[in-house]
Design a protein around this ligand. Structure first.
Ligand code: PMP
Length: 364
């Protein structure tokens, strides 16, 4: 170990994000980015904030990002949220990092599905939070009754990642009732792709003071490059997040991010249009992959999780890469034979299918 290091640093196993290649000619289906550009209103808001000479950048941004919180509360007006029920951060990864520290470090271990977003155990390692994994069933589904264990909190991605499977909101409510003294963190990074109406647990926060819903603008709002995420929950949960955030970084969102996020959230019609396009392409891609012999899990997200009974996942990934197409692979016991494929434009999905026919045909 390096003598300058905090001994903790040596013990960390950091999260490894999907490849962001420097070459731009890859078809990127590996990190669940949106294939469409963000709302033009978001881009216009940034241009306006910059002005002629960028002089406003001399000034620090609003530490509370009020404009963004107001936009979130307005978007969910049917649930009568106050701005004090909204927390914002530099991507939902930062929101999650703060939530783990503020709300999930207790005496008992937290519960996580055995197959889920692989950043969760990394936060546990960073903060020394013990966790217990609860196996998904044979179809990769979460069963709430498997979570009847004493715990220091529960974290579920819904839809789950990398499976894409959705748990009904009623089940989330039932779990929150089973464990009224635990925080139930619901990571809804992909929920806007779940269907025509969005089955969000934000509908439950008024009734359940223990539910914290974490969201991102990276996927459905096509702003992964801007780094904006948020959380919605009871004011007391949000106060805890703010106390940690204000002990760490007063200004997680810069001026451009605040105005663009507020504008993107305000452009509900654009969200409708682009999420519908992604869901339509997903349906077509699902059918094409099944037609080629892949087993594909039902997806409520902007990606598909698929395996081929006769072809090794990693070999397919490498062959796709050679053809300029990136997909993602998770080398863990239950996922090693699966590929996670982000839904691209119809043209990108077409190129993927063409490359796969070529690869599977050649390997026959
Ligand atoms: N949650 C889940 C389930 C994810 O897959 C991701 C994307 N890697 C995130 C959170 C983080 O997204 P971001 O930090 O871009 O908001």
């Amino acid at each position: 170990m390096n003598p300058f290091w905090n001994p903790l640093v040596d013990r960390l196993s950091p999260y490894v994000p999907g490849e962001q290649p420097l070459r731009s000619d890859f078809i990127k289906l590996n990190t669940n980015e949106n294939p469409y550009p963000p709302s033009p209103r978001a881009v216009a808001a940034m241009r306006e904030e910059l002005g002629e000479d960028g002089a406003r950048l001399r000034l620090y941004p609003d530490p509370d990002a009020k404009a963004m919180k107001t936009a979130v509360a307005a978007f969910f007006s049917e649930f009568s949220l106050s701005v004090n029920q909204v927390f914002v951060g530099n991507g939902s990864d930062e929101v999650l990092a703060i939530a783990f520290l503020a709300l999930l470090k207790h005496d008992r271990p937290i519960l996580l599905p055995d197959v889920t977003y692989s950043f969760y155990p990394v936060y546990c390692g960073l903060y020394g939070i013990a966790f217990t994994t609860v196996p998904l069933d044979a179809e990769f589904q979460v069963n709430i009754d498997d979570y009847r264990l004493k715990n220091g909190g529960i974290v579920l991605a819904n839809p789950n990642a990398p499976t894409g499977c959705l748990l009904p909101v009623e089940e989330i409510g039932r779990l929150a009732d089973i464990h009224p003294c635990s925080v139930l963190l619901v990571d809804e990074a992909y929920v806007d792709f779940a269907g025509e109406t969005t089955p969000t647990a934000i509908a439950l926060v008024k009734k359940h003071a223990n539910i914290l819903v974490v969201r991102t603008l990276s996927k459905s709002h096509a702003l992964a490059g801007l780094r904006v995420g948020y959380a919605v929950g009871d004011e007391k949960l949000i106060e805890a997040l703010d106390r940690v955030k204000n002990s760490f970084n007063s200004f997680p969102l810069d001026r451009l991010a605040i105005v663009a996020a507020a504008a993107a959230i305000g452009d509900a019609a654009y969200l409708e249009k682009t999420r519908a396009a992604v869901m339509k392409s997903r349906k077509a891609l699902f059918a094409r992959l099944v037609g080629m012999g892949f087993d594909v899990l039902p997806s409520a997200s902007n990606f598909l999780f698929a395996r081929h009974p006769r072809h090794d996942a990693r070999a397919i990934l490498l062959a796709l890469r050679e053809r300029g197409i990136l997909v993602r692979h998770f080398d863990a016991p239950r996922t090693a034979q699966y590929l996670r494929i982000s839904v691209g434009t119809n043209a990108q999905c077409g190129a993927l299918i063409e490359a796969l026919s070529d690869i599977l045909g050649a390997a026959r």
